[in-house]
Design a protein around this ligand. Structure first.
Ligand code: HEM
Length: 526
């Protein structure tokens, strides 16, 4: 089906698509290159993220349909089968992107998609809709000292046959290596940062089949093949399980890449049986963002945002420089307003952004305008002009117009959150104030639904808990709106990923406002 805005997965699509440039989300920052290590010796984030995803998936049980990619690994880091700091380190990165619209398990899948891209593997699709576990799951991640029969059985339980087992291990072990800190009995060296890569040279930082060709040549740096203690040579047993038939096929570069694309996709899409994953997220061709819709002191409504247009390879529009955009809109009653809203392309980063590996390109057009508060706004159309030909196409959100709800306005500038260091707990205690304006003719209960984050000891990601707070009338009215506040609401310093919605009566009027933007901001007067 064609994309209709706003979409359920808009935020995940942003995290996926906007890596660099204007309005970037920057998920890529942990994997700027495949070998990137953020200055920690022996660490390779792309390798750690893929290993974390595998360990999370590895306890899937085809019989019960439980386990799979559900972020339960967060609760399982003390197990012998999950040695090392990779798991906490991975979730430490994911924590910056964690929200009610981007849970740990979907972010872990994105981490694999991004790592494959950063390491020049084939592109794998990102489906979303995973649900995070709230406690540890079954144990059972394969360990090197176990025999082939045990491993074959474990992979079967995960849903992978013998061939897929060989492929998935070869695809995983093209990155990173064995660390002395975790497996000194394998590397025989436990100096800080020691790592014995699975492949010679710099190949550990490239999603290539060197792990396969080295194995077949009998000269490999993979210590799970050529380690001194044969009991721990699990890759050797797995790779040779079918008399090298699969490994010989994987020696073909293209075959290796397509098989890895397949089994890595299968790995991240192995989820508990009740979960229904979305279709693969596609780069949305034309997507608007409303940044501000709020009353101002001139008694008009500030309305600003961006139109994001995909361009370049694979996109509908070949060139960013051959485009311009404007909006037309309908007032509250649904009547067309004749004066269009113009946009400009931002100077910052030339108003362009890219996805992983530069594979997707976008150009932004920014608008800022004021709307008559009496007439209001109910929706808009996006007009894209190809400058060279002068032709204009109208985007109407698949016949729905891009909807704008102006009954409740979130007064961003009149909202704020301030933190004070609590000397007893050594944490920052915060207080948040949220202001909203409601059309005077639309009286109903106004509530804030705050997705607060509750810390869980020993677990990197907190748990979201929705707290409902009633707004209180301030007694102030202007331009046909009454002003309301939630005042002095206590919040903790871990609010980076928190957000809130505002409901009027039974209807969600304002959705997914991130609180981060409010941090340190004073509440302005209106
Ligand atoms: C029988 C199955 C497997 C066994 C016994 C096994 C064992 C190991 C061991 C002992 C390490 C070293 C960890 C460390 O020292 O930090 C390792 C690393 C790694 N494994 Fe596996 N593995 C298996 C399957 C897989 C699979 C299926 C994948 C992914 C598709 C995978 C991905 C990785 C990655 C990326 C690393 C490197 C981590 C880093 O450098 O930080 N492994 N594996």
């Amino acid at each position: 089906a064609d994309y209709v805005w706003p979409g359920e997965h808009d935020h995940m699509e942003d995290l996926y698509m906007l890596q660099s440039g204007f309005s970037r989300f920057g998920f890529i920052d942990g994997i700027l290159t495949c070998g990137f290590n953020q200055g920690v010796p022996g660490r390779q984030n792309a390798a750690e993220w893929i290993r974390t995803a595998y360990h999370d998936m590895a306890t899937y049980d085809t019989d019960t349909g439980l386990g799979g990619i559900d972020a339960s690994i967060m609760f399982e880091t003390n197990r012998e089968e999950n040695k090392g700091t990779a798991f906490d380190n991975t979730f430490g990165h994911l924590a910056s992107f964690y929200s009610v619209k981007s849970g740990g398990a979907d972010l872990l899948a994105l981490a694999v998609v991004g790592s494959m891209a950063a390491c020049n593997g084939y592109e794998i699709p990102l489906r979303v809709g995973r649900v995070d576990a709230t406690e540890a799951g079954q144990a059972g991640v394969p360990e090197p000292q176990q025999d082939l029969a045990t491993h074959t059985e474990k992979f079967k339980k995960q849903g992978f046959n013998q061939t897929e087992m060989i492929e998935l291990v070869a695809c995983g072990h093209t990155l990173g290596g064995v660390h002395g800190a975790n497996f000194p009995e394998i590397t025989h060296d436990n100096t800080t940062g020691q790592v014995s890569h699975f492949e010679y040279g710099d190949s550990n930082a490239e999603f290539d089949n060197t792990v396969v060709t080295e194995y077949l040549s009998g000269n490999t740096s993979n210590l799970l093949v050529a380690g001194t203690n044969d009991t721990l040579n699990s890759d050797k047993r797995i790779f040779s399980a079918d008399g090298n038939a699969t490994m010989e096929k994987l020696a073909d570069t293209k075959y290796f890449q397509t098989r890895c694309q397949d089994v890595m996709t299968k790995m991240i899409d192995t989820v508990p049986k009740d979960i229904v994953l979305s279709e693969p997220l596609k780069a949305i061709e034309v997507k608007p963002y409303i940044n501000l819709l709020a009353l101002n002191s001139n008694s008009t409504i500030d309305f600003s945002g961006y139109v994001r247009v995909r361009y370049g390879k694979g996109a509908v529009h070949p060139s960013a420089d051959d485009l311009s955009a404007f909006l037309t809109y309908k007032d509250r009653s649904g009547k067309n307003v004749t004066e269009p809203i113009t946009t400009t392309r931002p100077n910052w980063q030339s108003g362009t952004a890219t996805g992983f590996g530069g594979g997707y390109s976008f150009v932004f057009f920014e608008w800022t305008t004021q709307i008559d508060a009496d007439a209001g706004i109910s929706g808009f159309h996006i007009h894209l002009t190809t400058t060279s030909t002068g032709t204009t196409e109208v985007y109407d959100n698949v016949g729905n117009t891009y909807p704008v709800k102006d009954t409740v306005l979130y007064q961003m500038k009149q909202s704020c959150s301030l933190y004070v260091l609590n000397s007893t707990t050594n944490a920052y205690d915060g207080q948040m104030t949220i202001t909203a304006a409601v059309r005077s003719d639309s009286v109903a209960d106004l509530n804030m639904h705050f997705a607060s984050k509750v810390a869980r000891p020993g677990v990197i990601l907190g748990r979201f808990e929705t707290q409902v707070e009633p707004f209180v009338a301030t007694g102030k009215s202007m331009a046909g709106y009454d002003l309301y506040k939630v005042d002095g609401m206590p919040i903790n310093s871990d609010s980076g990923s928190t957000s809130f919605d505002i409901s009027l009566g039974d209807e969600m009027a304002v959705e997914f406002v991130r609180t981060t933007a409010l941090t340190g901001q004073e509440c302005a007067e209106l």
